[in-house]
Design a protein around this ligand. Structure first.
Ligand code: GCV
Length: 710
């Protein structure tokens, strides 16, 4: 009986092994592991890693170092099938993990680079005693963890790691994500399911997803996460709620991710403690100090706050005639003794603008409000500025405020969640857009002053600075609702760490880690991703006109008239004769005057203004001829037809991947791209018909119906 059962088990095991060998993608791919799949490498690749050490030595026992060791062991075991032996000293060839201080006693013969700063790491092949070791070291535990992730990424991408001497430092000191999660579990502008942190007004009991998220964030060097909506619920500062939030900090801590909270500036009053929230009132000052102390008692490594005030109906310092700096400072002063910071958002504007006044311009608000306050902010306050002056449109110029603050810390806010760029139902890889923004040279004082250096605090030698991304991952297994959209989260982290990386490098890395090293797969997916922003732009918003989506509803469907004749200020000013916002100094809103002189010159003159931003800066007749030689109207028609055609070609390009990637993600990707092809046609027809009826100018190629609308 016993032997029959054994034979049965044996036969079953052999069959299973044969099946695994025959099916290259035996494990169901939910997308949950994202770029940390650690898929088994093929035999040839495994062979190249035969020389890897067989042991691991960890020189400390902090939670972060424990994560580093666990990650290394897991990664090596899954990718190359080797179980690392854990030892206290290198008694065999070993990976050695520890900070520079911890290494000191052990390896005096190593010559660590002086410039290793917090969070940076050094991967160094070295002989320690008798043994060939691979040292992963840093100034801090967190740096060691980052070094482990970097090494595992190299192995997953089949890079040579035989002899390493690799020093990496982060570009910006603060690399945070913001989540816009509400306490009821709904995420504002979230497209990947409900919150991983909250449900029904409380912190979730099961926080395993939150821990997994922190691991993903750490793997690309993100060191902070604000967990709740910037439209903040004052209840997050309730004593009892802080206790709940501390459980989230507990699952972040092993990954070196600092927890932060978005707070409502009116909290001292809204929570019923005071009858005022005037930032200069001594009672309010004391309230913030006590509240912050209370938080640090429960969360000693708390990162700080994010504040949205005087914006879209949120209360702010204007209630008491105080400045945004007064508001930021009352919070910053409370955080300072603990080392925390406040990210104070520059997204402050009046959404009841009179649209009849052609001089009004929402784009001017942030600079008008914050530039005069330069130098008035505490060093523990950071002004967080959206990449463009409006609101995450598919194409905007960079915000002039980046150049308008010399004596104030600043951070850039990018949007990973695709609010205006297809909501993860459509492919839109945003790294090329972010590269353009970060690389944009502001020419301050006629010197090279790229945005990436301004926000990192490098240009004006600020104590700190940051790159922040609004991520909005959710409970969907694949985090963002679309496996391909995760390239944006990955790319955000990589750019925040190393702003000079090219979009091609980033997408290549991400594709290899997510889908494997098959050259056909890497080439196909990279090509799709790299073209997707331009394709999306071409059928939703060419020439920088600003949003043509439904701005009063879902921010998704085409509804070009919804931007006009209301106070929100996302105007494109299309009428019978022409289209575009005149923002020139000469005849328009004078927004252009907010840029340094060299940039003013570029945008003020019609001749110099790049076509892709023409309608952001100028109102022109439809017959205006672009640098390309086409009229504006013909460009709009052509761009929509080209865009829809390219979106449809995404489908056939993806189909070439059948059998080369797992079925689950193949089918999911296919469905999404087919849907996108249909959406692009809807966009094309809606916008082309609308603009034809407005202008009365037909498409030279006869594709747009010319009979009147009923
Ligand atoms: C969180 C836009 C979005 C809002 C968002 C706001 C902001 O207006 O549509 O959902 O609010 O930006 O960034 O504060």
């Amino acid at each position: 009986m016993h032997s029959i059962r054994l034979r049965h088990v044996f036969r079953f095991t052999v069959m299973a092994a044969v099946l695994v060998a025959l099916t290259p993608f035996a494990v169901a791919e939910t997308g949950a592991e994202a770029w940390l799949r650690y898929a088994a490498l093929d035999a040839k690749a495994v062979k190249t890693y035969q020389g890897l050490p067989s042991g691991v030595v960890v020189l400390g026992d902090s939670p972060v170092l424990k994560s580093a060791q666990g990650e290394l062991t897991r990664g090596i075991s899954r990718m190359v099938g080797r179980s690392l032996r854990i030892a206290l000293h290198p008694t065999e060839d070993a990976f050695v993990l520890g900070t520079l201080d911890q290494l000191h006693a052990l390896a005096t013969q190593l010559n660590p680079p002086d410039q290793l700063i917090a969070d940076g790491y050094w991967l160094k092949s070295a002989r320690i005693g008798e043994h060939e070791c691979l040292v992963i070291t840093a100034a801090t535990d967190r740096g060691v963890l980052y070094g482990v992730f970097a090494l595992l990424s190299k192995i997953a991408r089949a890079e040579n790691v035989a002899v390493l001497d690799d020093l990496q430092q982060p570009h910006a000191p603060l690399r945070w994500v913001n989540q816009w999660d509400n306490l009821d579990g709904h995420i504002e502008r979230g497209y990947g399911g409900p919150s991983i942190f909250f449900a029904e007004g409380k912190v979730r009991d099961d926080l395993s997803r939150a821990g997994d998220y922190a691991r993903l964030l750490a793997s690309v060097g993100i060191n902070g996460c604000a967990i709740n909506n910037v439209n903040a619920d004052p209840r997050v500062l309730d004593a009892a709620f802080i206790g709940q939030v501390s459980r989230i900090a507990d699952v972040f801590r092993p990954w070196g991710v600092q927890l932060a909270l978005s707070v409502d500036l009116s909290s001292p009053k809204a929570l019923g403690d005071l009858d005022t929230f005037d930032p200069l009132d001594p009672r309010v000052v004391a309230w913030w100090r006590n509240k912050v102390n209370e938080i640090y008692r429960q969360i000693p490594d708390f990162g700080g706050f994010v504040v949205k005030a005087d914006s879209e109906g949120r209360l702010g310092p204007s209630t008491y005639n105080r400045t945004q700096a007064d508001a930021a400072n009352v919070v910053a002063h409370a955080l300072k003794p603990h080392g925390g910071v406040v990210f104070y958002r520059a997204f402050v504007y009046n959404h009841h603008l009179d649209w009849r006044n052609l001089k009004n311009d929402r784009a001017k608000a942030a600079y008008d409000i914050f530039h005069p306050l330069d130098g008035a902010f505490d060093d523990h306050a950071i002004v967080q500025i959206k990449n463009g002056p409006i609101d995450f449109q598919v194409r905007e110029p960079v915000s002039p405020l980046f150049a308008g603050l010399r004596r104030t810390n600043e951070a850039i806010e990018l949007q990973i969640t695709q609010e205006y760029t297809g909501q993860q139902r459509q492919l839109c890889f945003l790294v090329p857009m972010w590269k353009e923004v970060l690389d944009f040279d502001m020419r301050i004082d006629d010197r090279p002053t790229p945005v990436k250096d301004l926000v990192a605090g490098r240009t004006f030698h600020r104590p700190t600075g940051g790159i922040v991304g609004v991520a909005n991952v959710g409970m969907d297994a694949n985090w963002l609702g679309n496996p391909l959209a995760m390239a944006n989260l990955y790319g955000f982290g990589r750019l925040a760490w190393q702003a000079d990386l090219s979009a091609e490098t980033i997408v290549g890395e991400w594709t290899r880690l997510t889908f494997g090293n098959d050259p056909l797969v890497v080439q196909t997916i990279a090509t799709l991703q790299l073209s997707s922003w331009h394709v999306y732009e071409s059928y939703t918003g060419p020439l920088g006109a600003g949003t043509l989506t439904n701005i009063v509803g879902n921010h998704y469907d085409p509804a070009p008239e919804s931007s006009e004749r209301n106070g929100w200020g996302q105007w494109h000013r299309a009428d019978h004769d022409g289209i575009g916002m005149d923002r020139t100094v000469a005849t328009g809103t004078a927004y252009i005057a907010q840029y340094p002189p060299a940039i003013q010159k570029l945008y003020e003159s019609l001749a110099a203004c790049p076509d892709n931003l023409l309608l952001f800066f100028h109102h022109v007749p439809y017959t205006y001829v672009l640098h390309s030689g086409k009229t504006v109207i013909q460009h709009i028609y052509d761009s929509h037809f080209d865009g829809a055609e390219q979106a449809s070609a995404f489908v056939s390009k993806w189909e070439a991947l059948q059998g080369h990637i797992d079925e689950e993600r193949y089918n999911e990707g296919l469905k999404l791209l087919q849907y996108q092809a249909g959406e692009a046609v809807i966009w094309r027809d809606t916008i082309c018909n609308w603009i034809y009826h407005l202008s009365g100018l037909p498409d030279q190629k006869g594709r747009v119906r010319t009979e009147p609308r009923h």
